[in-house]
Design a protein around this ligand. Structure first.
Ligand SMILES: [Zn+2]
Length: 182
């Protein structure tokens, strides 16, 4: 289990994404959502929590916040666990349906690093929202699948590195990791 001290800074940063809310409120919402998520609450329950505390929000907005924050908290937790285990790589996974945005569809199956996440929009020459991991942006249902073993994926494989996606052989990827096991 991740220590709270590891988890909190990520949650705090996530609060900055809720730009449509007054500052201070956004902080509280994000922390509440993360806490709820840690206690196993589902997005629907979180939405009702949001509406109860901030009745001035529309149901649409509350649902958007609950979904987005659940997804961000989930990614934050995966990241903390992976990094504490020394696992720096993950595979970007989408929900693989028609609602996946083009920029994320483009990332589907690509190996990325926690230390250098992509700007999916910049990669397809759209307006960038900055660099982020799967699930860390509004309405995103993508998730990171931590790479536990070189054999988890087929080779050559797409790897995001230094601002672009390239096809890498297993040998090249191993060299990148100093020849060690992941
Ligand atoms: Zn997505």
């Amino acid at each position: 289990m991740a220590r709270r001290t590891d988890f909190d800074p990520i949650i705090e940063r996530n609060a900055k994404y809720i730009t449509s809310m007054a500052s201070g409120v956004a902080d509280k919402v994000t922390k509440d959502m993360a806490r709820g998520y840690m206690h196993g609450k589902r997005p629907e329950e979180l939405m009702h929590d949001v509406l109860q505390r901030w009745p001035e929000l529309t149901e649409w907005h509350a649902r958007l916040i609950a979904r987005t924050e659940t997804s961000k908290a989930s990614t934050a937790l995966t990241k903390v666990r992976a990094k504490s285990a020394g696992l720096d790589w993950y595979v970007w996974r989408t929900s693989e349906d028609a609602r996946v945005r083009t920029s994320h569809h483009h990332m589907d199956g690509v190996i990325c690093s926690w230390s250098d996440p992509p700007s999916p929009e910049a990669l397809i020459h759209e307006k960038s929202y900055g660099k982020y991991n799967p699930g860390e942006i509004f309405n995103c249902r993508c998730y990171p699948e931590v790479l536990l073993d070189y054999g988890d994926v087929s080779w050559p494989h797409k790897v995001y590195l230094g601002g672009r996606i390239r096809s890498m052989t297993l040998a090249a990827f191993k060299r990148l990791n100093g020849g060690k096991d992941i």
